[in-house]
Write a protein that binds this ligand. Structure first.
Ligand SMILES: [Fe+2]
Length: 177
């Protein structure tokens, strides 16, 4: 298995895309929740190592436009992840929220693989070393947990009020998923 930074990111992408596909054909609530939990953990690990290590290393060369867009896609993903983590899986908008997260991430992966990564690869960077740092950081996060995420604080502070479509649907007694 290749261990350079770009190969690691691509392997992560493959893993989450497979989980998204599994979710689409999953039927039972329990199975869906299990897939969602696995995908959220993968995405959180992936976002952390990208932001802390990879993005930081390639930002200047890749350029502001692509990098800022990637940042915003991470932000949206982190809001949806935080909301999903506060749900029990029976809410009317649970499946829709995960589906939109998956669509956002699929789009993000496409842009990374077609634009950001090829640009980054033109750099004279030690991608093996960067990959080793990323793998090490991932293990550290698994062992000792994640640092605080701003989007989690934001979602928690709104007490569910910020998620207007889901709140209205559940208040008006729309069918729970
Ligand atoms: Fe990313």
């Amino acid at each position: 298995m290749k261990t350079d930074a770009v190969s690691l990111l691509k392997a992560d992408h493959k893993k989450v895309k497979a989980l998204f596909t599994q979710f689409e054909s999953a039927e039972g609530r329990r199975e869906k929740k299990k897939i969602v939990a696995e995908a959220l953990l993968e995405l959180k690990l992936h976002a952390a190592i990208e932001e802390e290590i990879f993005y930081a290393a390639v930002r200047r060369t890749v350029g502001k436009e692509l990098m800022n867009e990637a940042d915003e896609e991470h932000h949206v993903a982190k809001v949806l992840i935080a909301e999903l983590e506060n749900m029990d899986g029976r809410e009317s908008h649970y499946d829709a929220k995960f589906t939109v997260l998956a669509e956002n991430v699929r789009h993000h992966i496409k842009e990374e693989e077609s634009e950001m990564l090829p640009k980054a690869q033109t750099m004279k960077l030690n991608f093996e070393k960067l990959g080793a740092q990323m793998a090490e950081r991932k293990q550290q996060l698994l062992d000792s947990g994640f640092p605080p995420v701003g989007e989690e604080t934001m979602v928690a502070a709104s007490g569910g009020e910020g998620d207007s479509p889901a709140r209205i649907a559940d208040q008006t007694g729309a069918a729970r998923g």
